[in-house]
Design a binder for this molecule. Structure first.
Ligand code: HPA
Length: 236
């Protein structure tokens, strides 16, 4: 038990998918897991454990934003033995070449988060994906013919910027692909505590072209993302 988690030691698998949305955690467990059981419901931030292709796997929602993700990830590592963490979520496109429905796999993540910026003195830390997970995810996505981009994610603490897209101008000029709100701190904590982490996001709304995903396309894109993440998580 932790302040935010009622699961018992051993209730989580070593490999855990981390969506922001609690209802997406429920959907992943109920749609994909064999024999899913709920292990956490504190604050409605659901966690489930089951198997995927016969191998143990869990899913735990992290809420929106890096401070809440940091709480769940810290506790999953220290109290529940998480070793492989794969964030699955949606992102907003920052590059024209990233179309709605495309998957963005975050090789690294740039951020305005104080959690990352203040930990390294004068140095700008580069939060990175685990290379083995990254390589595996990209190979599987390409083999499956999924539209995939690999590169720099922006993990922003601000969804509604006062100056809109201008806030990301320098990042876009340096090749940033998309924006979400959790990846950089996940990669920071993975580096700090020696676990493996990856982020796979479906692009649902472009901040550049203003394209948005229809409800039906959103669902099939989320199925591709969840299936890929589960295969990578358990090495199936
Ligand atoms: N900003 C931040 N996170 C997001 C966005 C966005 O525009 N779209 C989906 N996740």
């Amino acid at each position: 038990m932790t302040p935010h988690n009622e699961a018992k030691p051993g209730d989580y698998a070593e490999a855990i998918l981390l969506p922001g949305d609690p209802l997406r955690a429920k959907w992943i467990a109920e749609t994909f897991f064999e024999a899913p059981r709920q292990v956490n419901g504190v604050r409605g931030c659901f966690g489930y454990t089951g198997t995927w292709k016969g191998k143990p796997v869990s899913v735990q929602a992290t809420g929106m934003g890096q401070p809440t993700l940091a709480i769940y990830v810290h506790e999953l590592i220290h109290s529940y033995g998480m070793k492989v963490a794969i964030r699955v979520g949606t992102c907003g496109g920052l590059a024209e070449k990233v179309k709605v429905r495309d998957l963005v796999i975050a090789q690294g993540a740039s951020t305005d988060s104080g959690i990352v910026r203040e930990a390294f003195g004068p140095y700008g830390f580069a939060p990175l994906a685990d290379f083995g997970l990254l390589r595996d995810a990209v190979a599987r996505a390409e083999a499956a013919g999924l539209p995939v981009h690999v590169g720099n994610m922006v993990s922003s603490d601000i969804f509604y910027h006062a100056d809109g897209l201008k806030a990301y101008a320098a990042l876009i000029a340096h090749g940033a692909l998309a924006v979400e709100m959790e990846c950089a701190v996940l990669y920071l904590l993975a580096a700090r505590f020696g676990i493996r982490a990856l982020t796979i996001c479906a692009m649902t709304d472009s901040l550049v072209t203003h394209e948005e995903l229809s409800a039906a396309d959103r669902q099939s894109s989320l199925i591709d993302m969840a299936t890929l993440a589960l295969d990578v998580a358990v090495g199936a």
